[in-house]
Structure formats: structure tokens, C-alpha cells
Design a protein around this ligand. Structure first.
Ligand code: THU
Length: 115
């Protein structure tokens, strides 16, 4: 979260992913003047893990936090990316009524898979 590049939204997000091999990778949101190019913290963490370890990573859990202390669950795009590498992952985030945990399929029913 502290490393976020968020000059446009001023909303800094941090994410940590726990892999089934026990390793943890962290990510932050990286915004761009062309707003749509922004990468969320969750995807930064996942892409960092793939870049370091390759595509066979398996995500066991994801945790998300932000510098406003407000409710913040992974966006739809990040849910689909989490599902790609963690179809059985548990997501920890700040919900509307406090800390929450949810299975990825609860956040993303009918996630897309090619195989
Ligand atoms: N953002 C994340 O990084 N993760 C989330 O789960 C929600 C939103 C970022 C994207 C953008 O940089 C900023 O928060 C405001 O939408």
C-alpha cells in the first residue's frame, strides 16, 4: 500500500497473496494518466508471483487493504484473475460491516475457464 502510485484517485491499496507453497507476494495499485491502464494491487501481486515463479502458482489466500480504512473488495477484473490461479482461494477484505472473508466463487460465481 505504501508503494502505491495513486496520484489520480489518492486511494492507495495493498494486496498480499499466499501461495499453496507458503510463499507470500505483495502488490500495490499502479495508476496511469491514461486511467484505464491502472493496475490494481491484487493483480500486481499475482503478476509479480507469476513473473518470479512461473505460471504454476496456486493461490491459497488473498488479503486486501487500503489507506482510507474503507470497505474494499477486489474488483471484477481482479476476481477473474484470482480465479485463474486460485479457484479455491479465500479472500480477506474490509466489507461494509467490518472485516470479511469469502471464497473466490462467492465473489465470482461462474468464473470463466478455458480448461
Ligand atoms: N483498486 C485496487 O487496487 N484494488 C481494489 O480492490 C479496488 C481498487 C485501486 C484501483 C485504483 O488505482 C484505485 O484503487 C481507485 O479505484
Amino acid at each position: 500500500m505504501h508503494n502505491a502510485h495513486a496520484p489520480y484517485s489518492n486511494f492507495r491499496v495493498g494486496a498480499a497473496i499466499l501461495l499453496t507453497n507458503g510463499k507470500v507476494f505483495r502488490g500495490c495499485n499502479v495508476e496511469n494518466a491514461s486511467y484505464g491502464m491502472t493496475n490494481c494491487a491484487e493483480r500486481t501481486a499475482i503478476f509479480s508471483a507469476v513473473a518470479q515463479l512461473g505460471p504454476k502458482i496456486e493461490i491459497r489466500a488473498v488479503a486486501v487493504t487500503n489507506d482510507h480504512g474503507i470497505a474494499c473488495s477486489p474488483c471484477g477484473a481482479c476476481r477473474q484473475v484470482i480465479y485463474e490461479f486460485g479457484p479455491d482461494a479465500v479472500i480477506f477484505f474490509q466489507g461494509a460491516n467490518g472485516p470479511r472473508q469469502a471464497h473466490i466463487t462467492e465473489l465470482l460465481p461462474e468464473g470463466f475457464r478455458l480448461k
